[in-house]
Design a protein around this ligand. Structure first.
Ligand SMILES: [Zn+2]
Length: 267
């Protein structure tokens, strides 16, 4: 993720990054760049062959440069990850390198195939339309469509913030003027307690939502994509957890009720 310019890990670059999004590794991050192409560290991600999460390892065929800056230059690298359950299950990524600037220029299976498995769970807490747009946004970003995917995610994010607002404004002392006149970061701050803490603490990341679409480039939208997607997932994760808790409470109530009525019958 490019939010703080920390270099992406191998997994982030392969699995989360859209195609054609560029990242320039600083000289002190040569090792992180090397890792993207050559590291054999295990990667836990969705395997379309298994239709489940699996552990993947890189299968290095070509020579591996022995020093951390060995990958820098004008080059292309293929990264092939093999599923540990079945060596025929492979993920293929192609990277283009110019100097220290790196972009992913190809992959199979598609980013949408690799990433929609993990979001399927959110169908339980999103409206049908929002869920369809969520997966559509992932597919568009996978093909490097920045503004289009951003529009979908922004709408879903705003719907979630609005739902939190509907709850918050029922509270005593709610300052509706401040909310309505605030920009997205101000609104998120006012919704503390109704949105995940992480969002509230990192609300400056969502400043971009207050900018008009015409002010944003394809590239800016693509860079904002992982941040926006993460924000949406954090909110939905809390909703899923609350839903699971509610279901468990209801089951417990039923079980206790069963016990009580059984005890009553035995008397
Ligand atoms: Zn597999």
């Amino acid at each position: 993720m490019t939010a703080n310019n920390a270099p992406p890990t191998k997994k982030e670059f392969c699995i989360d990054y859209p195609l054609y999004e560029e990242f320039t590794f600083a000289e002190e991050h040569d090792q992180e760049g090397w890792n993207v192409f050559f590291s054999q560290e295990p990667i836990d991600t969705y395997c379309p062959g298994c239709n489940a999460h699996s552990i993947f390892h890189q299968n290095n065929l070509a020579d591996i440069p022995g020093y951390s800056a060995g990958w820098v230059g004008s080059k292309r690298y293929a990264v092939i990850l093999k599923c540990s359950r079945d060596a025929d299950h492979k993920l293929f990524f192609l990277f283009d390198v110019e100097g220290r600037n790196v972009q992913k220029i190809g992959q199979y299976p598609s980013l949408a195939d690799l990433n929609t498995f993990d979001v399927r769970q959110y169908a339980a807490v999103l409206s049908t339309e929002d869920f369809r747009e969520f997966t559509k946004a992932i597919g568009l970003a996978a093909h490097g469509v920045g503004v289009g995917s951003f529009v979908y995610l922004r709408r879903i994010f705003e719907n979630l913030v609005d739902a939190a607002y509907q709850n918050a404004k029922k509270e005593d002392g709610w300052d509706d003027d401040a909310y309505l006149n605030g920009r997205m970061a101000d609104r998120i701050k006012l919704l503390a307690g109704h949105l995940p803490d992480f969002l509230v603490e990192n609300r400056s990341m969502y400043k971009i939502l207050s900018q008009g679409l015409h002010e944003l480039t394809e590239k800016e939208c693509l860079s904002a994509f992982p941040i926006l997607k993460m924000g949406i997932e954090l909110v939905l994760d809390e909703q899923l957890a609350a839903k699971a808790k509610q279901q468990k409470l209801e089951q417990a109530k039923k079980a206790i009720h069963g016990l009580v009525s059984k005890a009553g019958a035995e008397k």
